[in-house]
Ligand binder design. Structure first.
Ligand code: HEM
Length: 124
């Protein structure tokens, strides 16, 4: 139904868990992106991105409870994000999105958002 959130339509938290886990497997091996992440262990970053996306798409607002307002531009300001970083981020995210094998309409909706969001965070 029209009123269903994308969060529900893709199958809830499990889909976001898989999406973000797959994405960070790519980041862990990426020589351009990996050095940007300040923590030794990517689990915290994985959890934050997962909670954020779940909240954005209509699931529980745990992200906001733990982190407050997302302010993504501000939170990315410490990292140099040029076109190469944006493209590397999107490459791993594309791979992760495709791994979910969603119906085309949902995949397009999710992907268009991620494309737009990544572009909006370019700061160099
Ligand atoms: C955090 C890089 C795009 C959402 C981070 C961090 C880095 C980073 C290095 C810090 C990791 C941490 O939390 O410890 C990048 C790069 C991007 C990008 C290179 C390329 C354009 C995006 C996009 C989104 C996003 C498109 C949302 C759709 C987040 C969130 C956090 C985060 C929610 C955690 C913020 C918090 O502290 O609560 N990102 N990011 N990022 N990123 Fe990105």
């Amino acid at each position: 139904p029209e009123s269903m959130s994308l969060y529900d339509a893709v199958g809830g938290s499990e889909a976001f868990q898989r999406l973000v886990h797959r994405f960070y497997q790519g980041v862990a091996e990426d020589p351009l992106l990996r050095p940007l992440y300040p923590e030794e262990d990517l689990h915290g970053a994985e959890e934050r991105l997962r909670m954020f996306l779940i909240q954005y798409w209509g699931g529980p607002n745990t992200y906001g409870q733990q982190r407050g307002h997302p302010r993504l531009r501000m939170r990315h300001a410490p990292f140099v994000i040029g076109e190469p970083e944006r493209d590397a981020w999107l490459k791993h995210m594309r791979d992760a999105v495709e791994s979910l094998e969603l119906p085309e309409e949902l995949e397009t909706k999710l992907w268009n958002y991620l494309l737009y969001a990544a572009q909006s965070l370019v700061n160099a």
